[in-house]
Design a protein around this ligand. Structure first.
Ligand code: CUA
Length: 191
């Protein structure tokens, strides 16, 4: 091998100095691995992050034809115990409905399906963050403690109109929802 720019001297093998450096690397790499594992444990336990735990498939081409994601079912329905189920369709370039209304302090289950390509589902300032992949139902459970209004932008690039694709989540006092489950139809901010 040609020598470039002077004489590089390698330490002889078994040198005390290089052994010390290797030991230092082992300690450093082990520390990095321990740190990364600790971060995974901390975020999953403390922030409630977890990988998708259930896989549910759906025919994305026929959402509008009936069933769970037909137009009349999109929006929020309140169960007798006060918990909410919210059905949302994501499509180029809008969420339907584009303003979701949910009760504060009650368990909320979001169920989303895409009618075309991959979209992103994130609720600003919360740990709600998931992909909406065509062919699958995205289910996210959460509870919003405080009333207020939050942004819900699509955060997966889905085409030329991606940056204009976003919705709102309006969190209201649970007492503002009807408690009689029999009379209920799915509601949104405009209801
Ligand atoms: Cu939908 Cu980006």
């Amino acid at each position: 091998m040609a020598e470039i720019g002077g004489t590089a001297k390698l330490p002889p093998s078994g040198d005390k100095h290089s052994e010390g450096s290797e030991r230092l690397w082992v300690v450093f790499v082990t520390a990095v691995i321990v740190l990364l594992v600790a971060m995974v444990v901390y975020t999953s336990v403390h922030w409630g992050f977890h990988p998708p735990s259930q896989v549910e498939t759906i025919d994305s081409t026929s959402l509008h034809k009936g069933g769970e994601f037909s137009e009349a079912n999109l929006g929020t329905v309140i169960a007798p115990d006060g918990s909410a189920v919210v059905h949302v369709v994501a499509q180029q370039y809008a969420f339907i409905p584009n303003c979701l209304v949910v009760p504060a302090g009650k368990p909320v289950t979001f169920r989303l399906a895409s009618a075309d390509v991959v979209h992103g589902f994130i609720v600003d300032g919360t740990n709600v963050n998931a992909m909406v992949v065509p062919g699958y139902v995205t289910t996210v459970h959460t509870t919003f403690q405080e009333p207020g209004e939050r942004l819900m932008p699509c955060h997966e690039f889905c085409g030329v109109g991606h940056q204009a694709m976003w919705a709102h989540v309006r969190i209201v006092e649970a007492s503002r929802f009807p408690t009689d489950a029999d009379k209920q139809k799915a509601v949104n901010c405009a209801s």
